[in-house]
Design a protein around this ligand. Structure first.
Ligand code: FES
Length: 348
């Protein structure tokens, strides 16, 4: 619509109802309207139109790239990125491509509004919440005029490129649902702990002996073969599954409900991963033998097989059976007997 249409709107006297408070500024008090280049130069308007369309189409391209990267990049491929460090290549590519897709729709819309949509100064009448039928009709009329002026109906290339970008944008949400499968099978049941694997301190990697523990002490540890595994695989998955807390009590303090053979002279080890939703735990109160998860306050009794005494966790902490090897170092006697961490579909 031309500027004269806006003049008509500004000069139009809207009938007031009883609830309306209306302030009509004289047109002379409005700031002088400055026309933009695209308002007076059809070539500049066409250039702005092309720029908007390019941004929308680039958005669509990045959305398609997100779908391609989901299928093309293996989930176990890790790359080193300045800042975050070692990270999943698939997650990194999805984040970059989807971020750019959304960003380009936003910048395209802003560019469209700044360069091509009308920017006339208008006076808006204030009125009560309940408008008269005449006002509602005039608003609808203005919306129709606005739709025509914005070019949504007349600028086909902008409209179609925007609709294309928006149409493909939900695609990644659909394909990301594929991450619900396949089920983890044994991956969450097996860890690097095996019979005879020594315990080493986290993070210094020192082998542990029973003499290193006094009653009440607590040490974070992991298996001796973890470092080698991480150098080969470049991810922290195994660390999350194998991290343990080792504590010492007097044998009389232990009230195991899962039989003998889990401790070595009062030294016991539990998974460090909370069975609620997987936070690492290390808040130990040695007089009560309670271990508190800082995330949602689940509390586990380490003197009683890691059973839950408080909080939302539904399962006890998995325990690692301990012994010593022929050189006197603490070793695992087997892997965990149950999966570590939170529940998952296949967990019995
Ligand atoms: S993760 Fe430990 S209580 Fe929620």
């Amino acid at each position: 619509m031309s500027n004269s249409n806006h003049d008509d709107i500004q000069n139009e006297v809207v009938p007031a109802t009883q609830s309306e408070t209306q302030v009509n500024l004289p047109k002379s008090e409005l700031p002088v309207h400055v026309l933009r280049r695209a308002d007076v130069d059809p070539i500049a308007a066409a250039r702005a139109e092309r720029q908007v369309a390019i941004m929308f189409l680039l958005s669509a391209v990045f959305t398609v790239l997100a779908v391609v990267s989901f299928f093309a990049i293996p989930v176990d491929l890790y790359i080193r990125v300045p800042g975050p460090g070692v990270t999943s290549a698939s997650n990194f590519a999805l984040g970059i491509t989807l971020g750019l897709a959304i960003f380009l729709i936003g910048t395209g819309a802003i560019h469209w509004a700044r360069k091509l949509m009308p920017d006339d100064e208008v006076v808006q009448s204030r009125h009560g919440y309940s408008s008269s039928r005449e006002i509602r009709e005039s608003v609808m009329q203005e919306i129709r005029i606005g739709g025509e002026e914005s070019g949504f109906t007349s600028r086909k290339i902008v409209r179609r490129s925007l609709l294309t970008a928006i149409a493909v944008l939900p695609l990644p949400a659909v394909i990301l649902a594929l991450d619900f499968g396949p089920l983890p099978q044994n991956e969450l049941r097996e860890t690097l702990w095996k019979k005879g694997v020594r315990l080493v301190t986290d993070p210094t990697g020192r082998y542990l002996r029973p003499e290193d523990f006094s009653v009440g002490s607590l040490v974070s540890a992991h298996p001796e073969n973890l470092k080698e595994w991480e150098e080969e695989n470049h991810n922290l998955n195994a660390r999350a599954k194998t991290s343990i807390l080792v504590v010492r009590m007097t044998p009389e303090q232990l009230r195991t409900s899962q039989g003998e053979g889990w401790d070595y002279q009062g030294i016991i080890a539990y998974s460090k991963i909370c069975t609620h939703v997987g936070c690492p735990i290390a808040l130990y109160e040695h007089r009560t033998h309670h271990l508190l998860c800082p995330c949602h306050q689940s509390t586990f009794d380490l003197a009683d097989s890691g059973n839950v005494v408080f909080g939302p966790a539904a399962r006890r902490l998995p325990q690692l059976p301990l012994g010593v090897d022929e050189e006197g170092y603490l070793v695992a006697l087997s892997d965990f007997q149950e999966p570590v961490g939170p529940s998952f579909w296949e967990r019995g």
